[in-house]
Design a protein around this ligand. Sequence first.
Ligand code: SF4
Length: 389
Amino acid sequence: MAKDSSSTRVSLMESLSSELVSDDAGLYVHVPFCRSRCRYCDFVSYTDFSLVDEYFKALWREIELWTSLLPEVRVGSIYFGGGSPSDIPFELLEKTVDLIAKRFRLKSDIEFTVEVNPNCGFPVEKLKLLGVNRVSVGLQAADDSVLQRVRRRHTVSDFFKVFESAKSFAKVNVDFIVGLPGESDRTIDEDVCVVERLKPDHVSIYLLEIHEPDLNQPPCEEVEARYERFVESVQSIGYLRYEISNFALNGNLCRHNLKYWRNEDYIGLGIAAGGHLGRIRYVNTSKMVEYVSQIWKKEFAFEYFSENDELQELKESLFMGLRLREGISVERLRSLCPAFDLEVLFSDLLGELLQLEDGFLRLTEKGFDLSARVLADVIDRISSIAVGR
Ligand code: SF4
Protein backbone atom coordinates (compact mmCIF):
# COMPACT_ATOMS: atom_id res chain seq x y z
CA MET A 1 0.00 0.00 0.00
CA ALA A 2 1.37 3.42 -0.88
CA LYS A 3 2.03 5.60 2.13
CA ASP A 4 2.11 8.90 0.30
CA SER A 5 -0.61 10.61 -1.66
CA SER A 6 0.09 11.08 -5.35
CA SER A 7 0.70 14.84 -4.95
CA THR A 8 3.30 14.21 -2.22
CA ARG A 9 4.75 11.57 -4.46
CA VAL A 10 5.10 13.98 -7.37
CA SER A 11 6.91 16.56 -5.25
CA LEU A 12 9.18 13.88 -3.79
CA MET A 13 10.00 12.70 -7.27
CA GLU A 14 10.80 16.26 -8.32
CA SER A 15 13.11 16.81 -5.38
CA LEU A 16 14.70 13.45 -6.13
CA SER A 17 15.56 14.54 -9.65
CA SER A 18 17.49 17.59 -8.45
CA GLU A 19 19.11 16.01 -5.38
CA LEU A 20 19.95 12.52 -6.44
CA VAL A 21 23.09 12.28 -8.48
CA SER A 22 24.01 8.66 -7.88
CA ASP A 23 27.32 7.76 -9.42
CA ASP A 24 26.96 4.01 -9.30
CA ALA A 25 23.32 2.96 -9.34
CA GLY A 26 22.06 -0.54 -10.11
CA LEU A 27 19.41 -1.22 -12.75
CA TYR A 28 17.15 -4.24 -12.38
CA VAL A 29 14.90 -5.28 -15.28
CA HIS A 30 12.12 -7.75 -14.53
CA VAL A 31 11.19 -10.12 -17.36
CA PRO A 32 8.01 -11.77 -16.06
CA PHE A 33 7.53 -14.64 -18.53
CA CYS A 34 8.28 -18.36 -18.38
CA ARG A 35 7.25 -21.03 -20.87
CA SER A 36 5.90 -23.08 -17.97
CA ARG A 37 5.64 -22.83 -14.18
CA CYS A 38 7.95 -24.70 -11.84
CA ARG A 39 5.97 -26.24 -9.00
CA TYR A 40 7.64 -24.24 -6.23
CA CYS A 41 7.52 -20.86 -8.00
CA ASP A 42 6.27 -17.79 -6.16
CA PHE A 43 7.78 -15.17 -8.47
CA VAL A 44 5.69 -12.83 -10.58
CA SER A 45 5.75 -14.57 -13.92
CA TYR A 46 3.23 -15.21 -16.71
CA THR A 47 3.03 -18.12 -19.14
CA ASP A 48 0.82 -16.19 -21.59
CA PHE A 49 3.31 -15.08 -24.23
CA SER A 50 0.70 -13.06 -26.13
CA LEU A 51 1.42 -10.35 -23.52
CA VAL A 52 5.14 -10.15 -24.26
CA ASP A 53 5.12 -7.45 -26.95
CA GLU A 54 2.80 -5.16 -25.03
CA TYR A 55 4.87 -5.63 -21.88
CA PHE A 56 8.13 -4.73 -23.58
CA LYS A 57 6.61 -1.63 -25.16
CA ALA A 58 5.56 -0.48 -21.68
CA LEU A 59 8.99 -1.34 -20.28
CA TRP A 60 10.65 0.86 -22.91
CA ARG A 61 8.35 3.70 -21.90
CA GLU A 62 9.25 3.19 -18.26
CA ILE A 63 12.94 3.53 -19.21
CA GLU A 64 12.08 6.89 -20.80
CA LEU A 65 10.19 8.00 -17.69
CA TRP A 66 13.10 7.25 -15.39
CA THR A 67 15.76 8.77 -17.63
CA SER A 68 13.74 11.99 -18.04
CA LEU A 69 13.49 12.22 -14.27
CA LEU A 70 17.09 11.26 -13.46
CA PRO A 71 19.27 12.16 -16.45
CA GLU A 72 22.42 12.41 -14.34
CA VAL A 73 22.35 8.99 -12.69
CA ARG A 74 25.26 6.75 -13.68
CA VAL A 75 24.61 3.04 -13.80
CA GLY A 76 27.28 0.63 -12.54
CA SER A 77 25.37 -2.65 -12.85
CA ILE A 78 22.49 -4.10 -14.84
CA TYR A 79 20.62 -7.26 -13.91
CA PHE A 80 17.96 -8.92 -16.10
CA GLY A 81 15.99 -11.33 -13.91
CA GLY A 82 12.63 -12.98 -13.95
CA GLY A 83 10.79 -14.92 -14.88
CA SER A 84 13.03 -16.31 -17.54
CA PRO A 85 14.78 -13.69 -19.70
CA SER A 86 16.14 -16.61 -21.74
CA ASP A 87 12.59 -17.58 -22.83
CA ILE A 88 12.10 -14.20 -24.53
CA PRO A 89 12.86 -13.55 -28.24
CA PHE A 90 16.43 -12.31 -28.34
CA GLU A 91 15.46 -9.25 -30.43
CA LEU A 92 13.36 -7.88 -27.54
CA LEU A 93 16.25 -8.19 -25.12
CA GLU A 94 18.50 -6.54 -27.69
CA LYS A 95 16.15 -3.61 -28.19
CA THR A 96 15.81 -3.14 -24.43
CA VAL A 97 19.58 -3.11 -23.95
CA ASP A 98 20.00 -0.66 -26.85
CA LEU A 99 17.52 1.71 -25.27
CA ILE A 100 19.15 1.42 -21.83
CA ALA A 101 22.54 2.18 -23.39
CA LYS A 102 21.11 5.20 -25.23
CA ARG A 103 19.18 6.69 -22.31
CA PHE A 104 21.17 5.87 -19.19
CA ARG A 105 24.74 6.92 -18.50
CA LEU A 106 26.53 3.58 -18.19
CA LYS A 107 29.87 3.21 -16.44
CA SER A 108 32.66 1.73 -18.53
CA ASP A 109 33.32 -1.10 -16.05
CA ILE A 110 29.64 -2.04 -15.77
CA GLU A 111 28.66 -5.49 -14.48
CA PHE A 112 25.87 -6.85 -16.68
CA THR A 113 24.13 -10.04 -15.55
CA VAL A 114 21.38 -12.00 -17.28
CA GLU A 115 19.58 -14.95 -15.69
CA VAL A 116 19.28 -17.92 -18.03
CA ASN A 117 17.67 -21.30 -17.75
CA PRO A 118 19.72 -24.27 -18.94
CA ASN A 119 17.33 -24.71 -21.88
CA CYS A 120 17.97 -21.13 -23.03
CA GLY A 121 15.73 -20.26 -26.01
CA PHE A 122 18.64 -18.82 -28.06
CA PRO A 123 22.36 -19.64 -28.24
CA VAL A 124 23.66 -18.24 -24.97
CA GLU A 125 26.76 -16.83 -26.75
CA LYS A 126 24.46 -14.21 -28.32
CA LEU A 127 24.34 -12.47 -24.93
CA LYS A 128 27.93 -11.45 -25.53
CA LEU A 129 26.67 -9.19 -28.34
CA LEU A 130 24.67 -7.26 -25.73
CA GLY A 131 27.71 -6.65 -23.53
CA VAL A 132 26.65 -9.24 -20.95
CA ASN A 133 29.63 -10.20 -18.80
CA ARG A 134 27.94 -12.27 -16.11
CA VAL A 135 25.44 -15.11 -16.60
CA SER A 136 23.41 -16.61 -13.80
CA VAL A 137 22.28 -20.16 -14.60
CA GLY A 138 19.39 -21.68 -12.64
CA LEU A 139 20.38 -25.32 -12.24
CA GLN A 140 18.60 -25.77 -8.86
CA ALA A 141 19.53 -29.47 -8.56
CA ALA A 142 22.04 -31.69 -10.33
CA ASP A 143 19.64 -34.60 -10.53
CA ASP A 144 17.14 -35.15 -13.36
CA SER A 145 14.51 -36.86 -11.21
CA VAL A 146 14.45 -33.90 -8.77
CA LEU A 147 14.21 -31.49 -11.71
CA GLN A 148 11.31 -33.44 -13.19
CA ARG A 149 9.43 -33.57 -9.90
CA VAL A 150 9.38 -29.77 -9.68
CA ARG A 151 8.65 -29.42 -13.42
CA ARG A 152 11.88 -27.75 -14.43
CA ARG A 153 12.03 -27.96 -18.22
CA HIS A 154 15.71 -28.82 -18.45
CA THR A 155 18.07 -31.68 -17.71
CA VAL A 156 21.45 -31.68 -16.03
CA SER A 157 23.10 -32.22 -19.40
CA ASP A 158 21.37 -29.05 -20.78
CA PHE A 159 23.00 -27.23 -17.89
CA PHE A 160 26.50 -28.51 -18.76
CA LYS A 161 26.15 -27.26 -22.34
CA VAL A 162 24.96 -23.79 -21.34
CA PHE A 163 27.62 -23.53 -18.64
CA GLU A 164 30.44 -24.33 -21.09
CA SER A 165 29.21 -21.73 -23.58
CA ALA A 166 28.57 -19.06 -20.95
CA LYS A 167 31.96 -19.40 -19.31
CA SER A 168 33.66 -18.71 -22.64
CA PHE A 169 32.65 -15.03 -22.43
CA ALA A 170 31.27 -14.30 -18.96
CA LYS A 171 31.56 -14.86 -15.22
CA VAL A 172 29.07 -17.53 -14.28
CA ASN A 173 26.86 -17.97 -11.24
CA VAL A 174 24.99 -21.21 -10.62
CA ASP A 175 21.80 -21.23 -8.52
CA PHE A 176 20.88 -24.20 -6.34
CA ILE A 177 17.84 -24.80 -4.14
CA VAL A 178 17.88 -27.05 -1.08
CA GLY A 179 14.58 -28.45 0.18
CA LEU A 180 13.14 -29.76 -3.11
CA PRO A 181 11.03 -32.94 -3.26
CA GLY A 182 13.01 -36.04 -4.14
CA GLU A 183 16.21 -34.55 -2.78
CA SER A 184 18.51 -36.77 -0.68
CA ASP A 185 22.04 -36.77 0.71
CA ARG A 186 23.08 -38.33 -2.59
CA THR A 187 21.55 -35.57 -4.74
CA ILE A 188 23.19 -32.89 -2.59
CA ASP A 189 26.50 -34.71 -3.09
CA GLU A 190 25.85 -34.47 -6.85
CA ASP A 191 25.35 -30.70 -6.44
CA VAL A 192 28.66 -30.43 -4.62
CA CYS A 193 30.37 -32.51 -7.33
CA VAL A 194 29.13 -30.10 -10.00
CA VAL A 195 30.57 -27.14 -8.09
CA GLU A 196 33.86 -28.97 -7.50
CA ARG A 197 34.17 -30.00 -11.12
CA LEU A 198 33.14 -26.77 -12.86
CA LYS A 199 34.30 -24.22 -10.26
CA PRO A 200 31.82 -21.48 -11.25
CA ASP A 201 32.83 -17.96 -10.23
CA HIS A 202 29.85 -17.68 -7.92
CA VAL A 203 27.30 -20.01 -6.35
CA SER A 204 23.95 -19.17 -4.73
CA ILE A 205 22.41 -21.77 -2.44
CA TYR A 206 18.85 -21.00 -1.41
CA LEU A 207 16.62 -22.77 1.06
CA LEU A 208 13.17 -23.38 -0.39
CA GLU A 209 10.99 -21.03 1.62
CA ILE A 210 7.54 -22.19 0.57
CA HIS A 211 5.93 -25.14 2.30
CA GLU A 212 3.06 -26.71 0.40
CA PRO A 213 1.66 -30.08 1.42
CA ASP A 214 1.29 -31.12 -2.25
CA LEU A 215 4.97 -30.63 -2.88
CA ASN A 216 6.15 -33.50 -0.63
CA GLN A 217 9.21 -31.67 0.58
CA PRO A 218 11.69 -33.49 2.81
CA PRO A 219 11.39 -32.91 6.59
CA CYS A 220 12.82 -29.59 7.88
CA GLU A 221 15.57 -31.18 10.00
CA GLU A 222 16.88 -33.11 6.99
CA VAL A 223 16.79 -30.00 4.82
CA GLU A 224 18.66 -27.92 7.39
CA ALA A 225 21.34 -30.60 7.83
CA ARG A 226 21.79 -30.87 4.04
CA TYR A 227 21.96 -27.12 3.64
CA GLU A 228 24.69 -26.95 6.25
CA ARG A 229 26.63 -29.77 4.58
CA PHE A 230 26.35 -28.13 1.16
CA VAL A 231 27.54 -24.80 2.58
CA GLU A 232 30.49 -26.40 4.40
CA SER A 233 31.49 -28.31 1.26
CA VAL A 234 31.60 -25.27 -1.01
CA GLN A 235 33.52 -23.32 1.62
CA SER A 236 36.02 -26.16 1.92
CA ILE A 237 36.79 -25.91 -1.81
CA GLY A 238 37.61 -22.23 -1.59
CA TYR A 239 34.34 -20.30 -1.85
CA LEU A 240 33.87 -17.26 0.36
CA ARG A 241 30.47 -17.11 2.03
CA TYR A 242 30.13 -13.34 1.70
CA GLU A 243 26.35 -13.33 2.19
CA ILE A 244 24.05 -15.81 3.91
CA SER A 245 23.16 -17.63 0.65
CA ASN A 246 25.94 -16.44 -1.67
CA PHE A 247 29.45 -17.73 -2.26
CA ALA A 248 32.21 -16.25 -4.39
CA LEU A 249 35.36 -17.80 -5.79
CA ASN A 250 38.45 -15.61 -6.26
CA GLY A 251 36.73 -12.40 -5.20
CA ASN A 252 33.93 -12.64 -7.78
CA LEU A 253 31.20 -11.12 -5.60
CA CYS A 254 28.02 -10.01 -7.36
CA ARG A 255 28.36 -6.23 -7.53
CA HIS A 256 24.71 -5.72 -8.41
CA ASN A 257 23.33 -7.69 -5.48
CA LEU A 258 25.78 -5.96 -3.12
CA LYS A 259 23.84 -2.76 -3.84
CA TYR A 260 20.71 -4.38 -2.39
CA TRP A 261 22.47 -5.67 0.69
CA ARG A 262 24.26 -2.35 1.25
CA ASN A 263 20.95 -0.52 0.72
CA GLU A 264 22.48 1.65 -2.00
CA ASP A 265 20.74 3.19 -5.01
CA TYR A 266 19.02 1.02 -7.57
CA ILE A 267 16.16 1.41 -10.01
CA GLY A 268 13.79 -1.50 -10.65
CA LEU A 269 12.01 -1.59 -14.01
CA GLY A 270 9.02 -3.72 -14.92
CA ILE A 271 6.20 -5.30 -13.00
CA ALA A 272 6.85 -6.14 -9.35
CA ALA A 273 10.30 -4.55 -9.53
CA GLY A 274 11.41 -2.42 -6.61
CA GLY A 275 13.85 0.42 -6.21
CA HIS A 276 15.69 2.43 -3.57
CA LEU A 277 16.92 5.93 -4.39
CA GLY A 278 18.19 8.18 -1.66
CA ARG A 279 15.55 7.47 0.96
CA ILE A 280 12.80 6.65 -1.46
CA ARG A 281 11.60 3.07 -1.57
CA TYR A 282 9.13 1.89 -4.21
CA VAL A 283 7.68 -1.30 -5.63
CA ASN A 284 5.87 -1.47 -8.96
CA THR A 285 2.51 -3.15 -9.28
CA SER A 286 2.58 -6.87 -9.97
CA LYS A 287 -0.55 -6.70 -12.13
CA MET A 288 0.16 -6.71 -15.85
CA VAL A 289 -2.91 -4.71 -16.95
CA GLU A 290 -2.32 -2.04 -14.32
CA TYR A 291 1.37 -1.77 -15.14
CA VAL A 292 0.80 -1.36 -18.86
CA SER A 293 -2.06 1.12 -18.53
CA GLN A 294 -0.25 3.32 -15.97
CA ILE A 295 2.93 3.48 -17.98
CA TRP A 296 0.93 4.17 -21.12
CA LYS A 297 -0.47 7.23 -19.35
CA LYS A 298 3.17 8.28 -18.82
CA GLU A 299 2.88 7.66 -15.09
CA PHE A 300 4.91 5.39 -12.88
CA ALA A 301 3.14 2.17 -11.86
CA PHE A 302 3.96 2.13 -8.15
CA GLU A 303 2.07 -0.17 -5.83
CA TYR A 304 4.16 1.08 -2.90
CA PHE A 305 5.99 4.38 -2.68
CA SER A 306 7.37 6.00 0.43
CA GLU A 307 10.12 8.23 1.67
CA ASN A 308 11.77 6.37 4.53
CA ASP A 309 12.20 8.19 7.82
CA GLU A 310 15.54 7.68 9.58
CA LEU A 311 14.36 4.65 11.57
CA GLN A 312 12.93 2.89 8.54
CA GLU A 313 16.14 3.53 6.62
CA LEU A 314 18.13 2.21 9.59
CA LYS A 315 15.93 -0.86 9.83
CA GLU A 316 16.32 -1.67 6.13
CA SER A 317 20.05 -1.05 6.22
CA LEU A 318 20.51 -3.35 9.21
CA PHE A 319 18.23 -6.07 7.87
CA MET A 320 20.06 -6.19 4.55
CA GLY A 321 23.58 -5.26 5.74
CA LEU A 322 23.76 -7.92 8.43
CA ARG A 323 23.23 -10.57 5.76
CA LEU A 324 26.75 -9.73 4.57
CA ARG A 325 29.86 -11.22 6.12
CA GLU A 326 31.39 -7.71 6.14
CA GLY A 327 28.39 -6.41 8.11
CA ILE A 328 27.54 -2.72 8.11
CA SER A 329 29.74 0.23 9.04
CA VAL A 330 28.98 1.85 12.37
CA GLU A 331 29.69 5.23 10.80
CA ARG A 332 26.93 4.62 8.27
CA LEU A 333 24.52 3.51 10.98
CA ARG A 334 25.26 6.67 12.97
CA SER A 335 24.86 8.88 9.90
CA LEU A 336 21.47 7.30 9.23
CA CYS A 337 20.25 7.79 12.78
CA PRO A 338 22.55 9.79 15.11
CA ALA A 339 20.46 9.01 18.20
CA PHE A 340 20.77 5.28 17.71
CA ASP A 341 22.93 3.70 20.43
CA LEU A 342 23.71 0.22 19.20
CA GLU A 343 25.78 -0.74 22.28
CA VAL A 344 22.72 -0.20 24.45
CA LEU A 345 20.12 -1.63 22.10
CA PHE A 346 22.07 -4.79 21.29
CA SER A 347 24.02 -5.17 24.55
CA ASP A 348 22.85 -8.75 25.20
CA LEU A 349 23.45 -9.85 21.58
CA LEU A 350 26.97 -8.42 21.30
CA GLY A 351 29.65 -11.04 21.73
CA GLU A 352 27.66 -14.17 21.07
CA LEU A 353 25.50 -13.27 18.04
CA LEU A 354 26.67 -9.82 16.97
CA GLN A 355 30.17 -8.44 16.83
CA LEU A 356 31.48 -4.86 16.79
CA GLU A 357 34.92 -4.87 15.24
CA ASP A 358 37.01 -2.48 13.09
CA GLY A 359 34.12 -0.05 12.89
CA PHE A 360 31.67 -2.66 11.57
CA LEU A 361 28.67 -4.34 13.12
CA ARG A 362 28.32 -7.90 11.85
CA LEU A 363 26.94 -11.31 12.74
CA THR A 364 29.29 -13.70 14.52
CA GLU A 365 29.72 -17.25 13.11
CA LYS A 366 26.94 -18.39 15.41
CA GLY A 367 24.81 -15.37 14.46
CA PHE A 368 25.30 -16.25 10.78
CA ASP A 369 24.01 -19.78 11.43
CA LEU A 370 21.00 -18.39 13.32
CA SER A 371 20.58 -15.43 10.98
CA ALA A 372 16.79 -15.64 10.51
CA ARG A 373 16.23 -15.45 14.28
CA VAL A 374 18.84 -12.75 14.93
CA LEU A 375 17.67 -10.53 12.06
CA ALA A 376 14.06 -10.76 13.27
CA ASP A 377 15.20 -9.82 16.79
CA VAL A 378 17.25 -6.84 15.51
CA ILE A 379 14.28 -5.53 13.53
CA ASP A 380 11.92 -5.93 16.50
CA ARG A 381 14.25 -3.86 18.63
CA ILE A 382 14.44 -1.04 16.07
CA SER A 383 10.65 -1.12 15.73
CA SER A 384 10.33 -0.79 19.50
CA ILE A 385 12.30 2.49 19.34
CA ALA A 386 9.81 3.76 16.78
CA VAL A 387 6.88 2.82 19.01
CA GLY A 388 8.53 4.44 22.05
CA ARG A 389 9.00 7.78 20.27
S1 SF4 B 1 11.87 -20.47 -14.09
FE1 SF4 B 1 11.87 -19.29 -12.16
S2 SF4 B 1 10.32 -17.70 -12.46
FE2 SF4 B 1 9.97 -19.24 -14.06
S3 SF4 B 1 8.43 -20.61 -13.21
FE3 SF4 B 1 10.42 -21.50 -12.71
S4 SF4 B 1 10.92 -20.66 -10.67
FE4 SF4 B 1 9.27 -19.42 -11.52
